[in-house]
Design a protein around this ligand. Structure first.
Ligand SMILES: Cc1cc2nc3c(=O)[nH]c(=O)nc-3n(C[C@H](O)[C@H](O)[C@H](O)COP(=O)(O)O)c2cc1C
Length: 187
């Protein structure tokens, strides 16, 4: 696979230019920006409009930041602590008709695009210590931790350790024909 990001057929440029960097400047995201990002997530569609999601955040350097910095795993901690905010994405299976993860994934997509419209970058992480997240958030049992998202001002790749800097390239995608079928399964 090559590393170009071109669309097979025309689409809105925002889908191609959104990428998940690991280099962030460390500048804190403002509370207003944070609210704008989650506001976009709020308008995501969900099964029966049950909106089975919740977002818990810390802004870089605020009173919750140190506790939130224990949530990413060792690999992700190497870069994501330079983000401007960390957001834990939570979903509630009890408040959903079996689609809580699907719905919350859609909300994450909306967040990523709204952040980009604000000139910010996002990077989702599944590499987290879920038990640490539950402890930090004092989370009631019925909530599921889906992911941690780093948001912030994109930084220069040269600020990263060399092994991470060399991975700071736009990711490719499978060809459209490989993921699209007209009618029944043909593979
Ligand atoms: C649910 C989810 C979990 C991810 N977990 C991690 C992670 O733990 N660490 C990491 O560096 N990147 C993680 N990523 C980033 C993906 O590797 C990245 O989105 C993918 O390679 C596509 O690149 P792009 O977002 O720049 O288009 C995750 C992305 C998603 C959506």
């Amino acid at each position: 696979m090559n590393h170009t990001r071109t669309a097979t057929v025309p689409i809105e440029p925002q889908f191609l230019s959104r990428t998940s960097p690991r280099a962030f400047t460390g500048k804190a995201v403002t509370r207003t920006q944070l609210e704008q990002i989650v506001e976009a997530a709020r308008w995501a569609p969900s099964a029966s409009n049950l909106q089975p999601w919740h977002f818990a955040y810390a802004l870089h350097g605020d009173a919750h930041w140190k506790a939130f910095s224990t949530i990413p795993n060792e690999f992700n901690r190497r870069w994501c602590l330079n983000a401007g905010a960390l957001i834990v994405l939570l979903s509630n299976p009890e408040a959903s008709a079996g689609k809580h993860a699907f719905d919350t994934g859609c909300a994450w997509g909306f967040m990523a695009l709204q952040a980009q419209a604000l000139g910010l970058a996002t990077h989702a992480m599944a590499g987290i210590d879920t038990e640490a997240a539950r402890r930090v958030l004092q989370l009631p049992d019925h909530w599921t931790v889906q992911a941690l998202v780093a948001v912030g001002q994109r930084g220069d790749a040269t600020t990263l350790p060399p092994d991470l800097a060399e991975r700071e390239v736009p990711s490719p995608r499978k060809p459209l024909v490989e993921i699209l079928t007209a009618g029944p399964w043909t593979a």
